[in-house]
Design a protein around this ligand. Structure first.
Ligand code: COA
Length: 268
């Protein structure tokens, strides 16, 4: 993981809009359908470090600028000039950035507002929860370009929709619309585009009101469930359960219920 300076800065291709404990992170290169060039990815890397370090932030909403695209993939022009070493490094860097987003202390919601292709689909897959607008389209078209998904698509898509369907989508490059994405479990919910961000903010508010360390631990345990056998997973869950036993939030949350109050969690 990179250790870039996580101090506040302005970005060319990102906007960050903070409201209470929720930050909307918008990828903003709309003239290229928010395609991920190296400059944008480097900014994302920096922003993710800064967001992860923010102890008062509970939820990140990731979306794309404009009404047409979430992210239309890695920047194809930049990929075209890479040699073997450069291609591997580019893939590893994007993967690392997405993994940092996925494994940080905040819950991450993708608000997919249009095309989510290639790296855009992979970015959505790296988020914990996916909401989509009715015009959203998902796909991994890489093999039609002579490459493969390089930011985690071959690993996360089978985990989400099953190996058979993922294999079809990866090998054909076929796009799925929002209705099909919902049916196959690729997205959690589909809403009209005008309501997408409100819906994401509403869900973020619910998550943000819960105990933050518990949310982070529960998401981590759920994520691990895909990588370990059941006994290991159950042990890991119990370990995290035990760790939470030392938090003030657990005490406050349980006592508040007994006293018929609503707990106000502090994240400690
Ligand atoms: N990389 C670089 N530029 C991209 C891009 C990408 N992945 N996706 C779109 N763009 C650019 C286009 O080149 C175009 O730029 P220009 O106006 O300077 O020519 C601009 O974004 C608008 O895209 P355009 O193709 O004109 O829009 P459209 O509505 O006709 O088609 C898509 C939309 C998403 C179907 C089409 O842009 C597309 O297929 N993009 C590539 C998707 C892809 O293969 N992604 C995986 C990459 S690994």
């Amino acid at each position: 993981m990179s250790n870039v300076d996580a101090a506040p800065r302005t970005y060319q291709y990102l906007t960050l809009e903070r409201q209470d404990a929720v930050c909307v992170l918008t990828l903003a290169r709309p003239e290229k359908l928010n395609a991920l060039n190296q400059a944008l990815l480097a900014e994302l890397d920096h922003a993710v470090d800064a967001l992860r370090a923010d102890a008062t932030l509970r939820v990140i909403i990731v979306t794309g600028a404009g009404e047409k695209a979430f992210v239309a993939g890695a920047d194809i022009g930049e990929l075209a000039v890479l040699d073997t070493r450069g291609a591997e490094a580019a893939s590893a860097f994007g993967s690392r950035v997405f993994r940092k987003l996925e494994t940080g202390p905040q819950a991450v919601i993708a608000a997919v507002n249009g095309f989510a292709l290639g790296g855009g689909c992979e970015l959505a897959l790296a988020c914990h929860i996916r909401l989509a607008s009715e015009n959203a389209k998902f796909g991994l078209p890489e093999v039609g370009l002579g490459i493969i998904p390089g930011y985690g698509g071959t690993q996360r898509l089978p985990r989400l929709v099953g190996l058979g369907l993922a294999s079809e989508l990866i090998a054909t490059g076929r796009m799925v619309d929002a209705a099909e994405a919902l049916r196959i479990g690729l997205v959690n919910r589909v809403v009209p585009q005008a309501e997408l961000l409100d819906e994401a903010r509403k869900m973020a508010g619910v998550i943000a009101a819960n105990a933050p360390l518990a949310v982070a631990a529960a998401l981590e345990a759920a994520r691990r469930s895909l990588d370990v056998d059941l006994d290991q997973g159950l042990r890991f869950e119990s370990t995290l359960f035990g760790i939470l036993g030392s938090t003030k939030d657990m005490h406050d949350g349980l006592s508040a219920f007994v006293e018929k109050q609503k707990a106000k969690f502090e994240g400690r």
